[in-house]
Each structure stands twice: as C-alpha cells, then as structure tokens.
Write a protein that binds this ligand. Structure first.
Ligand SMILES: N[C@@H](CCC(=O)N[C@@H](CS)C(=O)NCC(=O)O)C(=O)O
Length: 235
C-alpha cells in the first residue's frame, strides 16, 4: 500500500503542513489505497522536507511530484476542465503556495501571540529538556528565510495588502462556484484549501486571520471544502 510520510495533525488540520494535507487530499481523490506515516523530523528525506510518498518503486518527494506520479498511475485531478481552466488552476496553486502560504508561515512563526501556542505542538516529539531550544533554533532559521525572501521586511500593512490581492484573485476565479474551477473539487482546491484553512485556524486573532475571515466567500468555501476534502483525513 502507498504510504504518505507526513507531519502530524494539529489545530484540527490533517497535518501541520499544507503540502502534506495537499498530498493526502490528492491521494484520497486518486482512489488509491494509502496510509499515513507520521514523522517529526524530515531531515532524512530526499529534499529534507515533507510530504514524501513511499511507493513500491521508491520515494517520491514534493507534493507536485506526488501529484504527477498519481497522474501517471491514471488519476485525473482536473476532470472536465478545459486547458485554460487547468492553466488558471496551476497559476492559483503557485499563488497560494509561493505567496499566500508565506503569510501563514509568518504568523505561525513570528507573531508573538501565535508562536507560544505553535511551538509546543510542532515540536511535541522533541525531548522536553531541549524542546524549547530546538524550537527557538528553528524559529531563527524560518525568520532568516522570511527576511531573505522579503516577507519579514514588509510592514504588516504591506504584507496584508499582498494577501488581500491574492484572496481577491482566488475569490474572483471561484465566483459563484462551489469549488474553484466549478461544481466539484479539483487539484487546485487540494492546494488552496489547506492554506486558507490553516490561516483560519491560526491560534490567535492576527490581522491575517481577521482579513481572511472578512472575505465574504471564505466561510462557505472553507465549510464546503472541509466537508468534501477533509472528512476522511481527520479523526
Ligand atoms: N515544494 C514542496 C515543499 C514542501 C515543504 O516545504 N515542506 C515543509 C513543511 S510545510 C517542510 O518539510 N519543512 C521542513 C524543513 O524545511 O525543515 C512540496 O510541495 O511538497
């Protein structure tokens, strides 16, 4: 059976990681039989990151390559979609994963209200005498990455303006549909839903969470998406 190597669940989500949730949603959509293998340290993995899919032929790292592998086995994550819809879907996946997600990372790791609630859960497997130290070290490297890509150099007003632009784009493509490309979930929902859902479940009332919840389409989309895509993934 296929095994998805993933970070554990947290805050009602099937994993801490939106990429791990995406991979699990895709596996579920593909109809393949699979099970999860929770790990806390991704260092031994091919890219040092999760998710990784363990197949009979070896390890497939990266949610995008997992998606491609499943397509090679016959999955269709964009049924009844035109090539143009698929291209729009691909662009929204990039928008969500490469931009919107960084706002989530920012608040989880750098917001002073969130961090005290995040680290004991993300680092729960680390032996308690060194847990705080390891969490602090990881926080420093996440902060360095967010400084390097510019996210942590923006004012919160600037950061939120970019998020508002992203949410506006997603909302306009969604329109009156139940899911982003129409009446049924596709690969783009597998990627976008976990990021929005994790922002909604940030453990403190940050400006980002407030902004997300203020979007008139978000609450219904999250409800529909969690019902359709998470019900088999969270116990
Ligand atoms: N492009 C990869 C990104 C995976 C990724 O960044 N995973 C993060 C969790 S959200 C991770 O494993 N981080 C651990 C680390 O960098 O040490 C994918 O789509 O799977």
């Amino acid at each position: 059976m296929l095994k998805i190597i993933t970070f554990p669940t947290s805050f009602g989500e099937p994993s801490h990681s939106p990429f791990c949730v995406k991979a699990m949603v895709l596996l579920q959509m593909s109809g393949q039989r699979w099970e999860r293998e929770d790990v806390s340290n991704p260092a031994p993995m091919p890219h040092g990151k999760l998710p990784v899919l363990r197949t009979g032929a070896g390890l497939v790292p990266d949610s995008e390559f997992i998606q491609e592998w499943l397509v090679e086995q016959g999955a269709d994550f964009y049924p009844n979609c035109t090539d143009q819809q698929k291209a729009i879907g691909h662009s929204l996946v990039r928008l969500a994963e490469d931009n919107l997600r960084l706002a989530l990372v920012h608040d989880r790791w750098l917001d002073e209200q969130c961090w005290p609630k995040i680290w004991p859960i993300f680092f729960a497997e680390v032996p308690s005498p060194i847990r705080k130290l390891i969490a602090h070290k990881a926080r420093k490297s996440v902060k360095a990455a967010l400084l390097s890509n510019g996210v942590a150099r923006m004012s919160s007003e600037q950061r939120l303006k970019k998020v508002a632009n992203d949410l506006d784009a997603i909302g306009r493509v969604l329109g009156v549909n139940d899911f982003i490309l129409g009446g049924t979930p596709t690969g783009v929902d597998a990627s976008v839903l976990p990021i929005l859902s994790m922002i909604d479940r940030l453990p403190a009332k940050t400006e980002l969470r407030v902004l997300l919840r203020r979007c008139d389409w978000v609450e219904n989309y999250l409800q529909r998406g969690r019902d359709a895509l998470y019900s088999d993934l969270v116990g």
